[in-house]
Design a protein around this ligand. Sequence first.
Ligand code: 6PG
Length: 466
Amino acid sequence: MHRSEFGVIGLGVMGKSISLNIAEHSFKISVYNRISEGEETIVSDFLNEHENFNAIQGFTDLKMFASSLERPRKILIMIKAGAAIDTVIQQLLPVLEDGDIIIDGGNSHYKDTQNRTNYLKSKNINFVGCGISGGEEGARKGPSIMPGGDLEAYRQIAPILEKIAAKDSWGNPCCTYIGSDGAGHFIKMVHNGIEYAEMQLIAETYALLSYSLNNEEIASIFNNWNQGDASGYLLEITSKILQTKEDGKYLIDLILDKAQNKGTGSWSSATALSLGIPNTMISSAVFDRYLSSFKDERVKLSKKITREHKNESVDVTQLKKAYQFARIVNHQQGFLLIKEASSTYNWNLNLSEIARIWTNGCIIRSSLMENSITILKNSNDYFNDENSFSYLKSNEDAMVEVLQFGLQQRISLNTISAAYNYWVSMTTEKLPAHIIQAQRDFFGAHTYQRIDASDSEYFHTKWEEL
Ligand code: 6PG
């Protein structure tokens, strides 16, 4: 039997799809899945279903799987993030040799990836923490791939990853070396954070439109927006979702309004909080999901209030401008978080290149992401980019109008508001933060700086006699 060039552990939805993608690109591949309850025939079923790919070898024995691989072994783990990754690493160690490469393709926390990198280095094994975006379809047809870890190890797996990745509009792979240790998983985490806010923005936009329009009408507006500068994958699928029927009924109207999550959004928020970056939109989108899950309470409380339904509708032209406005702020906040992490962790991240690999294959691909390649190359920041800034400046009124509509009709718009307030705060010379400083000094002698003294001087006042 030939030796395989690549191995995949875990034949879940993503593992299967990526294995087929690799095999389709004429790489010889070995796949492994453990035998456990409900997964007894997963490997044989997979091989039977895909007999036409004769370069796939399947295993349920890890030692045989490892022996089937070319050295240095290149093994992609596609299983649920968390403790299971450490279990598989421990099972793999006895069957690996110095210089082999383990790639974690799940949504692992970047700090876990940093720890695993160090641990495996001490065992002479290279570890690549690799963000993969695009869901099942992306994995099968071309995902956006965000690998981090040892550069030399990346070079050895690059020919395969770059082949199976989606391609940008110039035909280049949506895969690039991100940075050392946890950088790839960090970037995937922020990708998901941006994704949360983008999804919530569409949800709030839907809430505004559905005040007066039906599913078909909203779908057609989204479809129309999707032809121009507001276009994006998430908008495109939402338009399709709104038109989908089951037994003659719109499926969307049958779906319970409790949004779930697997944690990457809250990790982005927690990271922004710990790095001191005001990532208000991701946090708002995470809290909106949490809030939605209090369904029983919402139902109970809503019965105590009757809200008049007015015969009014939101101005669609203004709403589109507000939607784009909020998206620019979301991207600004997301990339500022990346910029901060880059200096904190010495990752030397290339923001423009990150935007480039997010232009195809991933969930947040959009026209704005296409434009972001240039914006981030030239100014590293949307607010310092002349065109983006003037767009925000000239569409501030659209935000106000849309928010006013929401306030009047009692439609909660937490994430659109977060975008607006961030913009207003960032463009306000004097904020009331001096009140906070005075209060801190009053009750806790925390000191304050003064406008009539240098930045390095701190003052304390005895505000009243004890
Ligand atoms: C992707 C997605 C993918 C997954 C999210 C969903 O880039 O392909 O982001 O990773 O769909 O993790 O996350 P939640 O379950 O937390 O919404």
